[in-house]
Ligand binder design. Sequence first.
Ligand SMILES: *Cc1c(COP(=O)(O)O)cnc(C)c1O
Length: 453
Amino acid sequence: MTAQDLLFYSTNKISKPLNFFQAILEGLAPDRGLYMPESIPVISKEVIKDMHGLEYHQIAHLILEQFMEDPQQDLKQKCQDAYSFFPRLEAVSPSNHLLWLDTGPTASFKDFAAQMMSRLMGTKLDKDKKLLILTATSGDTGSAIARAFYQIPNINLVILFPISEVSDSQRKQMTTLGGNVDVIGIDGKFDDAQALVKRAFTDRALTKLNLTSANSINIARLLPQSVYYFWAYSRLIKNADAEIIFSIPSGNFGDMMGAILAWKMGLPIKKLIVATNANDEFPKFLQTGEYQKVEPSRKCISNAMNVGHPSNLARLIDIFGGAMDENGEVNIEPDLDKMRQLIYSCSVSDEQTRQTMQTVYKKHNIILDPHGAVGWFGMTKFLKENPLDADVKSVCLETANPAKFKEEVNKILGVTPPIPPSLANIDQADEHFLKMSSNYEDFAKYLLEHKLK
Ligand SMILES: *Cc1c(COP(=O)(O)O)cnc(C)c1O
């Protein structure tokens, strides 16, 4: 099997499999399933061992070229252009680490996927074809996508966000760009915004708009998110036999699916800790085997994870031999025992999140953001319950810069986090966005009237 021949099937198994570039322009499959690679290439131990000598963009190239054809041989260059930044590892103790993924242009981990995705999509467009990217965001996707696709020819963006659930800094990063980026504040929750986007994708009246998605339902978002797991491993472990533990603060499970793909590709992951906020549908499912969405989703201080039904859960269940449809109906049970061997999951309350931020600040003088704190709590809890793993290298993903939540951080710690260069100056810029209810007809009418030009 070569990358040229690799096809991507829909988790609902009705739509026909497509190659990588067809799948990313489609976004969601016509049968509303999510695209997955028919086979997952395995990276050999020797190659993993040698990664410590490679730079981030080189590891990205090594991994991505397994999944897509590269007739113009420009993937290497794209990886180099996309990744002028790379993550930062911080040792908190000899075995516990933080992986700071806030080093990109909008200071959240979503930059790692968005910067690559825009380059992959932009070059595959026919000159006379326009693409309209629709994205619902609980905060950070919108800004990362807006920045990555800003001024890319033939692509327009419409970004929907729940007005009352994003921080000022998150909002301003989307609403101050203008150009090909239109932003709509929805009077509702993230789930309402996501429901509007999902429905638009299956609305035949909108077919002529060439809609696609930049949410993590798009496989172009997931593949680049497997790279930093390899990178972190290569910086921490010189011998490719040793195992590693990752803790991932999770909402829509895109980040976690990146780790699952890395594991399938052969990265020796001992445990994946999937830490959610009070939206506890997944930890409950893992424990009981019964799946129940949290409806409406619960509003927490880790707002980018306020997800009551993670869209990528269908992919996880598929990897473990089960089937879940887009409504969260489990039609075939996955192998839960196997899933539990790899994944540990817990729900973290806002109170526990705040306490974790306070403890880590007091003990280590490190300012965590609320999302990273959820991950840190999960990791600490797991290690307490599994003392034999105390010496295994463990890495908690810090998914955003604390300055993106400076009001909240200040309230909890009494200090103002330093503003990184990527967030400086947006306070003064002019904001533009529309406000809408969560009524679908209004939204569809807006798209047809404003975007069919
Ligand atoms: C999006 C986001 C998450 C959740 O990531 P998923 O891939 O949706 O699970 C966590 N933290 C931050 C800061 C985010 O922006």
